[in-house]
Design a protein around this ligand. Structure first.
Ligand code: NOJ
Length: 559
């Protein structure tokens, strides 16, 4: 692979939620050899990189985001040799590999946490984590009011050598995920060594879990609404960690990257993670959180592009992940045709996402149009469901194992005669399987393949500019340089499309109008020209003009 080609800038990355992707050994859990056997499928899909969720030894209280050993592979998922073989084959196929790094917390079974428990208050071992005396008489209350993301207090009390109640430790997630103390240089040194362990093996990138929470306010104040500085989100100290890591990555040959998982109230705050000398990318979840609305999508696109441009970085786009309700169900319209509408919208949203500059992160199963599954309560496995006492349904519904073939019991997820998949698959899974969709040129899978392939041929090499053209209410029309245009119709009436050549549409058109809940790509014979008049009602055709950057007074918004 070429050196320093900044491959990540415009890559299509595919999230592999490993335990639900492909099971090679019949234990009902996806694994690295299973993933390796499906690399040709991913190659043919047309993606550039895969991001693999954690595969390290782990008690799995949070499905691998509780790491007991950062330098090995959990035997349920394979071996280090399996990982090396996977990486080699991925590279041979031209696919980059991003692994998940979990630096905010370890597993409670990690040797360092066990050593911390075995020693007393104030020990060097305890200083790798956040141990604090409790509040109130005899320390019976947690040290402060912080809450776990999964529900309940973010503190658990440990017992002393004599079995008496003693200090509390911090866990912003499950009690089995104690938070590390990043103010302790020993923690930083350990993670630099872990980074090198995987970079030496040849990984192309790292996805940084909970990247915004590593630094905590040393005073551990109560969390209060309206605080100027959050006690553990996006603190200024966190950025020095990524600057150090960046120097480690830059010392390696090839083009190694890191992408931060962070959320912030302001896009400009998020952009700090990708300012000079820090991370290469940060996940942009704004769109995932946006309702089906052309105006809202336009605002997110404009805000995102402006914020990353200010720090000279490239944007990312995310419609789905293992933490979110699947796109088809999120966009479903309960009062109308339900999931059919959701699928139309998911396909349309994909076209918009793939038309934008930057990299697109696709979650496994999106290419099959999988909906969120209503996993029966008795089968739920997400710690969020248990820790919240059943008040939060949890994320299992987006994590149900992938259907590869039409046949039950596991639709090709596991070999014949295996244990049942770790989450039950619905009866409709066979119709959505890869095998069924490969036989149908109008399937969602065929559409994804075409869109990803056309993105490569039509959009590679375009500049990062996007012009939002004036369009009818409920519609959004985006133009890139060379006259490539994407039109989206979120309205309730068909809209007249741009006058260019149709390249690809998310749905069939019964007549010459762009139907509601659809999007399409067009090639104009020339880049769009300025337009000062209002567009005709129901009309999404851009009316002339060069790029808005050259015409700041025009109605177009270059972002
Ligand atoms: C974000 C991961 O995506 C999620 O699945 C996990 O539960 C939390 N981080 C905690 O590690």
């Amino acid at each position: 692979m070429p050196e320093r080609d900044e491959w990540w800038r415009n890559a299509a990355c595919y999230e592999v939620y490993l335990r639900s992707f492909a099971d090679s050994d019949g234990d009902g859990l996806g694994d690295l050899p299973g993933l390796r056997s499906r690399l040709p499928y991913l190659h043919d899909l047309g993606i550039d990189a895969i991001w693999i969720t954690p595969f390290y030894p782990s008690p799995q209280v949070d499905h691998g985001y509780d790491v007991a050993d950062y330098r090995d592979v959990d035997r349920r998922f394979g071996t280090l040799a399996d990982f090396d073989g996977l990486l080699e084959e991925a590279h041979e196929l031209g696919l980059r590999v991003i692994i998940d790094l979990v630096p905010n917390h370890t597993s409670a079974q990690h040797a360092h946490f066990r050593a911390a428990l075995a020693t007393g208050s104030g020990s060097a071992e305890r200083q790798r984590y956040h141990f604090r005396p409790g509040a109130g008489r005899a320390g019976i209350r947690p040290p402060n009011n912080w809450r776990s993301a999964f529900g309940g207090p973010a503190w658990t009390r440990v017992t002393g050598a004599e079995g008496q109640p003693a200090e509390w430790y911090l866990h912003l997630h499950h009690p089995g995920q104690p938070d590390l103390n990043w103010a302790n240089p020993a923690v930083g040194a350990e993670f630099e060594s872990i980074l090198r362990f995987w970079l030496d093996r040849g990984v192309d990138g790292l996805r940084i879990d909970v990247a915004m929470s590593l630094a905590k306010d040393p005073g551990f104040p109560d969390l209060r609404r309206g605080d100027d500085q959050h006690p553990y989100h996006n603190r200024p100290e966190v950025h020095s960690i990524y600057r150090r890591w960046r120097t480690v990555l830059d010392s390696y040959p090839g083009d190694r990257m890191m992408i931060a998982e962070a959320v912030a109230p302001e896009a400009s705050e998020l952009a700090r993670y990708v300012s000079a000398g820090e991370c290469h990318q940060v996940f942009n979840f704004a769109w995932l959180e946006t309702r089906w609305s052309a105006a809202e999508f336009g605002r997110v696109i404009k805000g995102t592009l402006e914020s990353v441009r200010a720090v000279d970085a490239s944007p990312t786009w995310v419609l789905a992940s293992h933490d979110a309700v699947r796109t088809v169900s999120r966009y479903s319209a309960p009062s109308r045709a339900g999931e059919a509408v959701g699928l139309e919208r998911a396909r349309a949203a994909l076209l918009v996402m793939l038309s934008l500059p930057g990299s697109a992160y696709v979650f496994q199963g999106e290419e099959l149009g999988l909906p969120q599954v209503d996993v029966p309560p008795a089968a739920r496995r997400d710690p969020r469901w248990f820790q919240s006492g059943g008040s939060m349904p949890g994320r299992d519904g987006s994590r149900v194992p992938i259907p590869w073939t039409t046949g039950a019991p596991s639709y090709g997820f596991s070999p014949a005669g295996s244990s049942p998949p770790w989450l039950p698959q619905p009866a409709s899974w066979g119709e959505l399987s890869v095998a069924t969709q490969e036989r149908n040129p109008a399937s969602t899978l065929a559409f994804y393949r075409k869109a990803l392939q056309l993105r490569r041929t039509r959009l590679a090499g375009l500049d990062d500019g996007v012009v939002i053209l004036p369009s009818a209410p409920g519609t959004l029309v985006l133009a890139r340089d060379t006259g490539f245009v994407c039109a989206l119709n979120c309205g309730s009436r068909p809209a007249r499309p741009p006058a260019g050549e149709l390249i690809l549409s998310s749905t069939d058109w019964p007549d010459s109008l762009l139907p509601p809940n659809s999007a399409a790509w067009f090639q104009l014979s020339a880049p769009p020209r300025p337009n000062r008049g209002r567009p005709a009602e129901g009309h999404v055709e851009p009316k002339g003009g060069s790029k808005a950057g050259a015409h700041p007074e025009s109605q177009t918004g270059r972002c």
